[in-house]
Design a binder for this molecule. Sequence first.
Ligand SMILES: Cc1ncc(C[n+]2csc(CCOP(=O)(O)OP(=O)(O)O)c2C)c(N)n1
Ligand code: SF4
Ligand SMILES: [Mg+2]
Length: 306
Amino acid sequence: MKTQIRKKYDDENGEENQMVKPKLKSVAVTVPLPVVGTTQEITWCPGCPNFLVLAAWKNALTNLIKQGYLQENFAMCAGIGCHPKIYDYLNISGVYGLHGRVLPVCLGMKLGNPNLKVLGFSGDGDAYAEGMEHFIHAARYNADITYFVANNQSFALTTGQSTPTSAKGFKSKAEPDGEYNMPLNPIKLALAAGASFVARINPKDIPHTQEIIEKAIKHKGFAFIESIQDCLIFDQNPGRDKLMYKIDNGKDMKKAMEIADSWDYNSKTAKIPIGIIYQEEKPILEEKWPQLRKLRDNKISWKNSK
Ligand SMILES: Cc1ncc(C[n+]2csc(CCOP(=O)(O)OP(=O)(O)O)c2C)c(N)n1
Ligand code: SF4
Ligand SMILES: [Mg+2]
């Protein structure tokens, strides 16, 4: 569990002051934290959609804990970027990963202890540029991991360069003529790679986002949730919310592909489906590998195995 160590008082004053005040040593104090949040100062820009994402995650985790999920059985990894700062704001044990390397760390956590509920958090640059190969293989392995990607179609933290999902013509300081290529469609890619749970959300709908997060965590297998959100500084899309509409939970791959195809991440007029686009039950990594299956069945980690 993350704890906050506060430096209580470290008197570095000169001799004169020490005569009136006794010199106190630094004292580590453990401050009790709210259940799933932390007291870290939030450094997102005021109004950033990541605040809404955080609210939905807090609601979902609180609800799941009320239902009997153990907070200490969750483990998280976040990449580097604006969105991944969520690592500091959720009171879940974990590892701050490298940019693009969230999923290998999540898989490592699973290999160490397959009983953990592993959560991964990335921005779109992290997931679809630096981390692309990991995304494909994680979907293919179908380990029981929930992977949340906040897609603001730009490398926001590093001042808004274009990512693989930026719209054609998207201008930034690094691409003054605008992006030359059409965006990648990560939903189609996830479906093609074998992800067993594929969903898209609008963070402005917090209850719906919370519901999808809870369903993703309850899903057995690789659950991918993509948030379509603005970056208020580098990629604003006024009116896009009105294009978003909810779909019924999808179980049919052909239909899911059609739904995925209906918005190409480039169009400013096409409707954008949100909800669970595809869900299927199939064997997970922890069942396929005998060594992991043994740990899972005995509810132990490598540390406790003989
Ligand atoms: C291996 C590596 N490449 C690049 C960087 C620089 N870098 C840090 S954050 C970032 C942008 C993150 O963009 P995204 O993943 O879309 O998240 P956002 O900030 O948009 O939420 C980049 C390029 C890095 N830290 N490490
Ligand atoms: S730069 Fe964009 S993504 Fe980053 S905190 Fe600000 S609004 Fe949010
Ligand atoms: Mg981004």
